[in-house]
Ligand binder design. Structure first.
Ligand code: ATP
Length: 209
């Protein structure tokens, strides 16, 4: 599914949070959004996730305007932008099963899907823990797993590297590469060149306006 942005810009309180930007990302391709703190990376991802309406220009996924209120848009786009939703009294495994079931997997399929993802991300030791029992990097793994456990055609990831050690970065990169090679469209904002190089991403460099 193609991500298409034309002259999108965001002004907040009269100041440019995102200077006008245009690009297109085809299925199976990855775009790495880079730039200094405050350059507008998160703002751009919030526009793509349909959480923020651009002040000018447009953003579409598969020809559909980015709008999180649109159920069809939500079905296509899995976004990790901001803190992951977490319920105090659900374990890591219960979170993942809940999301898998919510997006239509039957109970047996959901268990298989979650088991597979837990192995892929090396989270076997975390399944019985509650959110408050996780370290920063472990919370990030949960956030990534919650994004990957549901079906989607487009992945939006804001700083996927947050809190991850070198080994985990390699593990997550392999998981994302597999999805890109399977035809998913990936847009990520990152300060870590390994995510750009490791995914063969085209680069979009933003500068603070
Ligand atoms: N809710 C808001 N109110 C006012 N200004 C905002 C708001 N959100 C973002 N901004 C401003 O918009 C600009 C872009 O912020 P953004 O979070 O997109 O940057 P970023 O490139 O993601 O930075 P970082 O690398 O630090 O995560 C910054 O100048 C920021 O101060």
């Amino acid at each position: 599914m193609t991500v298409e942005v034309r002259d999108a810009r965001v002004d907040i309180d009269g100041r440019a949070a995102l200077a006008p930007v245009s690009f297109s990302v085809a299925p199976g391709r990855c775009l790495g959004v880079v730039g200094d703190n405050g350059a507008g990376k998160t703002t751009l991802l919030r526009v793509l996730a349909g959480l923020l309406v651009p002040t000018g220009g447009s953003a579409h996924v598969g020809g559909r305007r980015c709008d999180e209120r649109d159920a069809a848009f939500r079905r296509d786009v899995a976004a990790l932008v901001g803190p992951p939703p977490a319920a105090r009294d659900l374990t890591v495994e219960e979170h993942l099963l809940l999301v898998a079931r919510t997006w239509g997997a039957g109970s047996g399929d959901a268990v298989r899907l979650v088991d597979g993802l837990v192995c892929e991300l090396g989270m076997q030791q975390l399944t019985d823990r509650f959110p408050h029992q996780l370290s920063t990097g472990q919370v990030q793994l949960l956030a990534l797993a919650l994004t990957l456990v549901r079906p989607s055609s487009v992945l939006l990831l804001d700083e996927p590297e947050h809190g991850l050690d070198d080994g985990r970065v390699r593990t997550v990169l392999a998981a994302l590469r597999a999805r890109r090679e399977a035809g998913m469209t990936v847009v990520l904002a990152t300060h870590d060149p390994r995510f750009v190089d490791g995914l063969g991403a085209e680069v979009l460099e933003l500068s603070a306006a």
